[in-house]
Design a protein around this ligand. Structure first.
Ligand SMILES: Nc1ncnc2c1ncn2[C@@H]1O[C@H](COP(=O)(O)OP(=O)(O)O)[C@@H](O)[C@H]1O
Ligand SMILES: O=C(O)[C@@H](O)C(=O)COP(=O)(O)O
Length: 423
């Protein structure tokens, strides 16, 4: 099937988030891990390429995104979406702007939009400022993120230093006036040479108007929610073939492993709830891992009954994370945790786990790569922005749920298993 929308995501949970929201349309969505080596074959109407570039050096992130763009163009796509976090996570240098600017150059387009709003998950943008629930981004738990602490809430101030061309904005007053008003304002800003337009949105109806106004943009950028209306808009415009149909749920074993490397406020609650429910659990401490390596965790895992869905987690409070980072360095603390959880994922799969639930974007990247997964079919959503996915790993079909640190309700880990039933 010819690809209609080609998407590039800067991390793996972000990619499944986007793919899950696109799949709400009932249309087929395929997710590739990294840029495939082979030229496109058996492509879906909506293709998402997951990169692990959120915290990469700028040149590497740009090169990866350009390679993804080329592959998606070869798949037939003429419209593209650059997906980053709904909390606009960037390193101090920032990859969001440079990647957008490189894609714009390759697509020969003079303007794009920036809209990380995801109202269903409490992310809204007002007067260019990003809110997480009722708090400005920089006053939310994102200020303590282990890799990308966000200490400014203003998207224009965050984006400005990342790009060469002018940044402007469209505020909620215009967005509330609807699609026509947004299109007119975009055109006016373009005439003034504004290449990068931050757009306010506080409700899904705002995102529908924005998506409508930008439907034919060669490049849109944002969180997942602004892309959600696109499948319907494309179908209504006659851009999709009649053979576009969704994915079937495979029957798999119920043996399960839960792996958490996220330290977000929501994951901390989810892990605490799951452990309190009596599932076998083991906490990983980066300082211990530095001394012992993954051996003890793997030994523990080998003794577990995967039918009881055990959990391994490094999830910890900010003070404990800061302590580990002080001793080991930020990168080394993260790497020790990611490598251990990745090794545990492989061991669990080899021991029969057919359902693997991972919390954390970077963590999901490490686990997915270790499992040798290169393509995922997108299934039903467990929580907004977190779908089950089906993939092949080590010659086995498995179900994989990659949860963004901040997403899902407190009972997420059991809820995920419940939605697959006991079949
Ligand atoms: N106890 C800990 N101390 C230090 N770093 C940790 C600890 N637990 C997890 N990490 C690291 O923190 C990072 C969390 O990022 P990520 O997996 O993307 O989660 P999120 O989705 O919440 O951002 C990972 O690199 C992980 O290895
Ligand atoms: O947009 C979002 O919030 C998510 O899709 C996302 O990118 C998650 O990243 P992590 O919080 O690092 O999992």
């Amino acid at each position: 099937m010819t690809t209609v929308l080609g998407c590039i995501a800067d991390d793996f949970t972000g990619a499944t988030d986007l793919a899950g929201l696109l799949a709400r349309s009932g249309l087929p969505v395929s997710l590739r891990i990294g840029v495939p080596d082979a030229p496109p074959a058996q492509t879906a109407a909506f293709e998402v390429i997951a990169l692990k570039s959120r915290t990469a050096p700028v040149a590497e992130a740009v090169a990866d995104a350009r390679a993804a763009l080329k592959w998606l163009q070869a798949a037939g796509a003429a419209r593209f979406f650059w997906k980053y976090c709904s909390t606009f996570d960037s390193t101090p240098e920032g990859n969001i702007g440079p990647v957008a600017e490189a894609l714009m150059a390759d697509l020969d387009t003079a303007q794009t939009i920036y809209c990380p709003a995801f109202p269903e998950n409490g992310r809204t943008v007002f007067m260019g400022n990003l809110f997480v629930g009722r708090h400005p981004l920089a006053e939310s738990p994102m200020k303590d993120h282990p890799l990308t602490p966000m200490r400014d809430s203003n998207l224009l101030r965050l984006l400005g230093p990342q790009v060469v061309q002018p940044v402007g904005m469209i505020d909620r007053l215009c967005v509330a006036a609807g699609q026509g008003a947004i299109a007119a304002e975009l055109a006016a800003l373009k005439a003034q040479g504004v290449a990068h337009v931050v757009i306010d949105a506080v409700a899904m109806t705002d995102l529908e108007s924005i998506a409508g106004a930008c439907r034919d943009f060669p490049l849109m950028t944002g969180g997942s929610a602004v892309a959600m209306p696109l499948p319907t808009l494309y179908r209504d415009a006659g851009l999709l073939g009649p053979d576009a149909t969704g994915t079937r749920v495979p029957r798999l074993g119920t043996e399960t492993i839960v792996l958490s490397g996220s330290c977000s406020a929501m994951t901390r609650k989810q892990v605490a709830r799951y452990v309190a429910q009596g599932h076998p659990s083991r906490r990983l401490d980066p300082q211990e891992l530095a001394e012992t390596g993954p051996g003890p965790a793997l030994d523990w895992l080998a003794q577990q009954d995967l039918g009881r869905a055990p959990i391994l987690y490094a999830t910890a409070e900010p003070a404990s994370v800061a302590k580990a980072q002080e001793r080991l360095g930020v990168a080394q603390a993260g790497r020790l945790v990611e490598d251990t959880l990745a090794a545990c994922a492989v061991a669990a799969r080899d021991a029969g786990a057919r359902r693997i639930i991972v919390a954390g974007g970077e963590t999901s990247g490490a686990v997915t790569q270790a499992l040798g997964v290169n393509q995922l079919d997108i299934g039903h959503e467990i929580a907004p922005g977190v779908p089950w996915t089906w993939c092949m790993s080590g010659g086995q079909q498995i179900a994989l749920a990659l949860k963004s640190g901040n997403f899902g309700a407190e009972g997420f880990f059991t809820q995920a298993q419940d939605t697959l039933g006991t079949a």
